[in-house]
Design a protein around this ligand. Structure first.
Ligand SMILES: NC(=O)C1=CN([C@@H]2O[C@H](COP(=O)(O)OP(=O)(O)OC[C@H]3O[C@@H](n4cnc5c(N)ncnc54)[C@H](OP(=O)(O)O)[C@@H]3O)[C@@H](O)[C@H]2O)C=CC1
Ligand SMILES: C[C@H]1O[C@H](OP(=O)(O)OP(=O)(O)OC[C@H]2O[C@@H](n3cnc4c(=O)[nH]c(N)nc43)[C@H](O)[C@@H]2O)[C@@H](O)[C@@H](O)C1=O
Length: 314
């Protein structure tokens, strides 16, 4: 089986690559960096897929970022993500590729949908303003895979991960997500005599976190099985406040200074805890707890501190 992992160098793509490398020696894996193949270029994507003709495509390529990046660059988060996913999916259809795994995000659900979020809550209310641009792109991807299932009967599936973290994450303090940002901020403050750490918002929003290796297992599950539905939530099942997360990470890092909250920065969605029972019923379950995951990620950060990824937005 030949699998093309789009975005194979990213946090999620590299975890999926490791998953298949470690679990399935017969599988041939292919990947291209954005410098080798800009997925916004439709003709280049069409040529690449026609020449490689993979059996499966996993789309882990996207313009990705935390709450500030989403809020400050709405055009990139909407347009680039539509371009990337549309180019990959249309080339996949043009080459009769029967299996495609699309990755969305828990932000596709309405800001104030009932918790825990279920797949049926999609499009039942207005979105969170800070990331509605990215959410609309992802929702369109979910609907495209649904249209392909309906019209062609191909096994195209959309997985909606919760907030992810782990090795090869983005640690740029402006564009990253909260967990890697906290690891870096507490580490640098500790090294600087336990200086105060500045965090964003009020600390009261709740977030659910899943280690990226558990997500990679869910993707492997979706590739190896024909899933019955189009849309599946992929979460750990438990959430905590940003304040609690900060205290957990502060303890793991060993920082003993003050935490200061900058309420001029946005809180975003108050809560986006997902019900992942649909995928769990198929046999997938997360294995890496948050405490263990934070420790492992901090260890990875320290071992790779001189080459951590910092995604800049222009
Ligand atoms: N991180 C999270 O918390 C969550 C992520 N997701 C989803 O998981 C997927 C991957 O996210 P994550 O791994 O965190 O993101 P990263 O930023 O770590 O990786 C994104 C990847 O996409 C590639 N990419 C971006 N733009 C282009 C382009 N124009 N052409 C070719 N490749 C491109 C990058 O390639 P290169 O490195 O070569 O430049 C990079 O490898 C996304 O679909 C995201 O929506 C879903 C929920 C949560
Ligand atoms: C995966 C998910 O990720 C994004 O949504 P988000 O979860 O709101 O993003 P976030 O991780 O950046 O913030 C979570 C919370 O944490 C608070 N916070 C405190 N201090 C820092 C801080 O230093 N950095 C960041 N980034 N956040 C901080 C921050 O104010 C917010 O209340 C979108 O991409 C969305 O589309 C999406 O899919």
């Amino acid at each position: 089986m030949k699998i093309y992992i789009a975005g194979h160098r990213g946090m999620v793509g590299s975890a999926i690559w490791r998953h298949f490398e470690n679990s399935d020696q017969e599988t041939e894996l292919i990947g291209k960096s954005s410098k080798e193949l800009d997925l916004r270029n439709q003709a280049a994507v069409a040529d690449f897929i026609a020449s490689e003709k993979p059996d499966v495509i996993i789309d882990a390529a996207a313009r990705v970022g935390g709450i500030l990046a989403n809020n400050d660059y709405p055009y990139q988060f909407l347009m680039e993500n539509m371009q990337i996913q549309n180019n990959l999916i249309s080339a996949s259809i043009a080459n009769n590729i029967q299996k495609f795994v699309f990755l969305g995000s828990s932000c596709i659900y309405p800001k104030l949908a009932p918790q825990p979020l279920k797949e049926e809550h999609l499009l039942t209310g207005s979105l969170e303003p800070t990331n509605e641009w990215y959410a609309i792109a992802k929702i369109s991807g979910v609907k495209v895979t649904e249209s392909i299932r309906k019209q062609f009967g191909y096994d195209y599936v959309s997985l909606m991960p919760t907030n992810l973290y782990g090795p090869f994450d983005n640690f740029d303090l402006q564009t990253s997500h909260v967990l890697p940002a906290m690891i870096r901020k507490f580490h640098e403050a500790k090294e600087n005599g336990h200086a105060p750490v500045g965090l964003w918002g009020s600390g009261s929003p709740m977030r659910e976190f899943l280690h990226v290796d558990d997500l990679a297992k869910a993707v492997g599950f979706a590739v190896r099985n024909r899933l019955e539905h189009n849309l599946y939530n992929v979460g750990s099942g438990s959430d905590l406040s940003i304040k609690e997360l900060a205290e957990n990470i502060q303890k793991v890092v060993g920082h003993q200074g003050e935490i200061q909250w900058d309420t001029t920065k946005p809180d975003g969605t108050p809560r986006k805890w997902m019900d992942s029972s649909l995928l769990r019923a198929m046999g997938w379950a997360p294995e890496i707890g948050l405490e263990e995951g934070i420790r492992d990620t901090y260890q990875w950060f320290q071992q790779n501190i001189n080459q951590i990824k910092e995604v800049k937005l222009t």
